[in-house]
Design a protein around this ligand. Structure first.
Ligand code: HEC
Length: 138
């Protein structure tokens, strides 16, 4: 009697842990998805123009971006999950506007950085930033 009560108790605790883990996992996934939508909504930009810009300005020669064909460079960090970074290039707090700023003018942020200014305009940098923030956290 006492023994089976204990077993039931353990089974109940196990069920609660499983339930908590699955609810937690789901809400984490959901929250990160919403964060991605939320973040890309924080910047005025047209993400649809980005793949072309990434090719035109040679980003893909230095960075890997899985969703853009041919973007497989290994000079700089991969951009697939850049939205999850706390600091951009270890220097700038990762906000949407700072992301656009970095893309437009990395040397204005730090003249020593190995990333060259590519000549991309601030508006096009915002288009790329919107795309990266939409793509990033999966
Ligand atoms: C010649 C190579 C080169 C080109 C071209 C280049 N980058 Fe970079 N990029 C780098 C390097 C190297 C870093 C790391 C810089 C640092 O930490 O100082 C970097 C850093 C970055 C970061 C910060 C990443 C992070 O994880 O913190 C972003 C975002 C970025 N580049 C986007 C772009 C985009 C968009 C383009 C095209 C407009 C581009 N880059 C073109 C080499 C390049």
């Amino acid at each position: 009697m006492g023994d089976s009560g204990q077993r039931h108790g353990l089974a109940a605790i196990g069920a609660v842990i499983l339930l908590a883990a699955s609810v937690g996992g789901w809400s984490w996934w959901n929250a990160s998805r919403h964060r991605a939508e939320f973040r890309s909504a924080l910047i005025e930009g047209d993400p649809g123009r980005a793949p072309d810009l990434v090719r035109r300005y040679g980003c893909g020669g230095c960075h890997t971006l899985t969703s853009v064909r041919g973007a497989a460079g290994r000079v700089g960090p991969p951009l697939d999950t850049v939205g999850q970074r706390v600091f951009l290039a270890g220097r700038l707090p990762n906000t949407p506007e700072n992301l656009a700023r970095w893309i437009h003018d990395p040397h204005g942020v730090d003249p020593q950085t190995a990333m060259p200014n590519t000549g991309i305009s601030i508006d096009d940098a915002r288009n790329v930033a919107a795309y990266l923030l939409q793509e990033a956290p999966r």
